[in-house]
Structure formats: C-alpha cells, structure tokens
Design a protein around this ligand. Structure first.
Ligand code: SAM
Length: 320
C-alpha cells in the first residue's frame, strides 16, 4: 500500500478501536442497498450509517477519487492544482486523495451539511497527520456556496443526491469562476452513469473540454442499457470483512466519472472500456474511439501497437 492510502487505512481502524461495531451490520446492509439503488438516495440518516460509510465505503471512495485525479496529472500535466473545493465532502475523503496526488497542494476547502461527518473527517486527518493545517471545514449547504476560486472543484458521490437544476447551478457557478477543473464521480451503476452522462453533455454544451475519461467531445456512444464505468481494487480491513460478511481480502469499487476544464486539452485517441482479451496472435481492446464503442483487434505482427496494448488495462487510454 502506498503511504497516504496506508495512513487512511490505519486512521479508519483507529477510529473503530473506540467504537463498537456490533450494531453496524444492518446499517451497512442499508448503505449497500442505497448505493446499488438506481434512484437517488439520501445519505446519512443515522449515526450507524455514518460509521458504516467510514468503515466500508471510505477507502473505496478515496481510491476512486485518487484514480480520477491521476488522470488529470497524466493527461494535463501542465495544469497546476494547488487548491481545491470539495462540495459534499463527507468524512474528508478527498483530502487524502488530493494530498496523495498533488504534491504542491496548498489549500483545500471542504463543504458538508452533516456536522458529524466533518467531525469524523477532522479526527481522521488529525490521526493520520495529513493535510489538516491546509484544510478548512464549512458546515453548509453546497448550493449556498458562491466562492469557487479554487484550481479544482470536486463533487464525489454527491450528484446522485442532487436534482439536475441544482447540478446546473453548480456548473454555472464554476463556469463563471477562475477555477480550472471540475470533477464529478458517481457509483459505477446505471443510475450513477446516467447522471455522469448528463453532466458530461452539459459541460460540453457549455463549451468546456473533457480531460477524462472521454477521448473526444462527440456524442457518448454507450448503449441505453449499458454504462461506462471503471474500477479500483480496494483492500478490505477486518472490520469491513466482518460488517459485509465478506471472505475475500479485497473488493472492486466500480465508479463512473467525468473531469472537465476551461483549458484546451489534447485527449488520447481512445479509452479502454472493458477487460482486454488476449490470444496468442492478437489482443482485443474494447474502446471508446471516434464516437463509437468498438472492439479493436491488434495483431502480434503490428509490433509497436501490440507491445503498448499488452501492458494496458480497463480504464487506460490508448493513444497509438
Ligand atoms: C455519499 S457521501 C460522499 C462523501 C464524500 N464526497 C466521499 O466521496 O466520500 C455524500 C455527501 O454529500 C453530502 N451532501 C449531499 N447534499 C448536500 C448539500 N446540499 N449540501 C452539503 N452537503 C451535501 C452528504 O451529507 C454526504 O456527506
């Protein structure tokens, strides 16, 4: 495990040394149901749900945010991210992800309506000693926030709780500000992706470039009953395994996301949307390319392309 990931893992474990987890099994089930539900869900209706989120969802959410932030670094290495605004920050998950990705980060402002979540967030940052002195906390409704003067604005696992006109309001405020980047992450479900697809189109219609995952601004080619999503592998703690009655030491977190910017972006030619299949003579890449979802076969005879493709995975861009 990399350092900040490990710090978060230890910090969560430490929190549960002082809290009984016996009563959290049913709230964890409830939370999983909400997460999988295709409809918008309201988080967090009880103390048990808050704690279940920290125990069972926070590591996964952290890794999904970290994944998205790394795309900014790899596709737009020249864009400097020194400050960020997190709308709907929950237990300060993004702080761990931003600090693990952008070494020159100076300021993070977290807005969250649930005071107790902010309290837990502060505790996790204090224990791990990550980002606390650079982070400010505001208990507020994100729709009341007017100051977007931060390099990046992030809404991770929040848009599902908002109506389209509210998301529009947020995008319009971002558009008028000096902020360079806006990031939306949602669960990798049909419903999560439906929101992301709608947000993507709004951002393109408003004239912004997409950093990731889309390799162009053409109409999204995903079929109606399909959804564009990616995954990160997350190590499960003992508490996580206990609460979810899980046997495996890891789980795959599926998520959908979109990152837009006011800068001009040179996107890679294509993005891998599923697992790659390999045979002795060729590799098949399921690609989003030129406004289509295609399966591109790369023969072993096409040495350069084959060599590059061999190392790639679901979610990577393919620019050969
Ligand atoms: C699923 S949690 C995600 C938390 C965090 N962003 C993460 O990725 O771990 C959604 C959070 O958004 C907050 N939220 C939703 N609507 C909000 C609003 N209008 N104003 C402030 N916070 C809001 C909820 O209280 C909850 O903590």
């Amino acid at each position: 495990m990399k350092d900040i990931e490990k710090e978060l893992f230890l910090s969560i474990n430490n929190l549960f040394e002082h809290i009984s987890i016996k009563n959290l099994k049913s709230s964890t089930k409830q939370l999983t149901k909400k997460y999988r539900n295709q409809k918008a869900a309201k988080f967090f209706v009880s103390e048990e749900e808050r704690l279940s989120y920290i125990a069972c969802r926070m590591m996964a959410t952290f890794k999904a945010i970290q994944y998205a932030l790394n795309e900014i670094k790899s596709i737009c290495p020249k864009i400097k991210v020194q400050s960020a605004l997190d709308l709907g920050a929950g237990p300060a998950t993004s702080v761990f992800a931003f600090f693990s990705t952008f070494k020159n980060l100076k300021k993070l402002h977290l807005v969250e309506k649930d005071e107790k979540m902010l309290f837990y967030g502060k505790g996790l940052l204090t224990f791990s000693n990550i980002g606390l002195s650079n982070t400010t906390f505001e208990k507020n409704d994100i729709l009341k926030i007017k100051n977007y003067e931060f390099d990046a604005v992030i809404l991770s696992y929040v848009a599902n709780e908002l109506k389209n006109f509210q998301i529009e309001k947020i995008i319009n405020r971002w558009a008028k500000s000096k902020s360079k980047i806006i990031i939306f992450i949602e669960p990798g479900t049909m419903y999560g992706f439906k929101n992301i697809r709608w947000i993507r189109q709004k951002l393109i219609d408003d004239g912004f470039d997409i950093i990731a995952p889309c390799p162009n601004k053409l109409r999204c080619p995903m079929a109606k009953n399909d959804w564009c999503h990616f995954y990160v592998r997350v190590k499960r703690s003992k508490i996580h395994k206990y609460l979810k009655d899980a046997k495996l030491g890891y789980e795959d977190e599926k998520f959908s996301y979109v990152i837009a910017t006011k800068e001009k972006v040179k996107t890679p030619k294509s993005r891998i949307l599923r697992f790659i299949t390999k045979s002795k003579r060729e590799i098949t890449l399921p690609l989003c390319k030129d406004g289509k979802f295609i399966y591109e076969k790369i023969s072993i005879k096409d040495k350069n392309k084959y060599k590059t493709a061999k190392k790639l995975n679901w979610g990577d861009s393919f620019d050969v």
